[in-house]
Design a protein around this ligand. Structure first.
Ligand code: MG
Length: 258
């Protein structure tokens, strides 16, 4: 069931979103060759606690996984699309890598979710372009999230923007409702048809998160750790995510950097 958020709940989401954006800004600045994913996770935990927020991913147990998630952030390097675990094992970032940092926090009882892919030092121009287009695809998806429209409008907008670039659009994973829990209904796919799916109503809070690859769209799920999702063909992928709320005046990005 889809539950719309109240004005007061959106106020809390907005506060949490600002904290989350600031933490992601700070973590992104730490990304450099020689830094380990465990250091990023430790820094994230410290920053979350200092802000009076909750690390809601730590101990979160999604239905698909065999065990609770063991860290505060996901760090997804190169062919890892999402859900890379920073401390199992910790990986030292190398010049030319890309690392997706995905973080959800709770604040005043409300949950926000955001992610971005950060280049480690100088990356191949082809990879930098993938990062730029994925970020732009998120902006295009958000712009399509207008009150009175439908959830399918978001995926349709992302898909038609990305197709001319011939990137893989990962379809086995998607965005989602968020706010009371880490994942809520509805699913927000990155492909789709305009005018389909649930209606976009004011108070609907969504995490929109395109995941694109330099190759094919097929992915594999790591059976050993229960979480890591990789591209099947080993191609590099990028991931950007914001939490937004639908308003009468258009989508408001709750996790935007300021
Ligand atoms: Mg998400």
């Amino acid at each position: 069931m889809i539950k719309l958020k109240t004005h007061e709940e959106v106020v809390s989401l907005r506060k949490g979103g600002r904290i989350l954006a600031r933490i992601l800004d700070e973590l992104s600045l730490l990304v450099a060759p020689g830094v380990s994913t465990e250091e990023l996770n430790d820094e994230a935990l410290e920053k979350i606690e200092r802000a009076g927020a909750e690390p809601v991913l730590l101990g979160y147990h999604p239905e698909f996984a065999p065990r609770p998630y063991p860290a505060a952030i996901c760090t997804s390097i190169n062919d890892v699309v999402v859900h890379g675990i920073p401390n199992e094992p910790s990986v030292v970032l190398q010049e030319g890598d890309v690392v997706g940092i995905d973080l959800s926090i709770g604040y005043e009882g409300m949950i926000v979710d955001s992610a971005r892919t950060v280049p480690v030092g100088l990356v191949n121009p082809e990879v930098q372009k993938l990062i730029n287009i994925t970020k732009e695809a998120l902006a295009v998806g958000i712009k399509a999230a207008k009150a009175g429209g439908h959830v399918g409008d978001i995926g349709a907008a992302i898909e038609s923007f990305v197709r001319p670039h011939h990137y893989g659009i990962v379809e086995e994973l998607c965005g989602h409702g968020v706010g009371y829990a880490v994942h809520e209904e509805p699913m927000v796919q990155n492909v789709g048809t305009r005018g389909t799916g649930p209606e976009l109503e004011p108070g609907l809070v969504l995490a929109i998160e395109p995941m694109l690859t330099l190759g094919d769209y097929n992915v594999t799920f790591d059976k050993k750790d229960g979480y890591t999702v990789r591209t099947k063909d080993g191609s590099v992928s990028a991931h950007f995510e914001h939490t937004i709320v639908i308003t009468e005046n258009g989508p408001e990005i709750l996790t935007a950097s300021r």
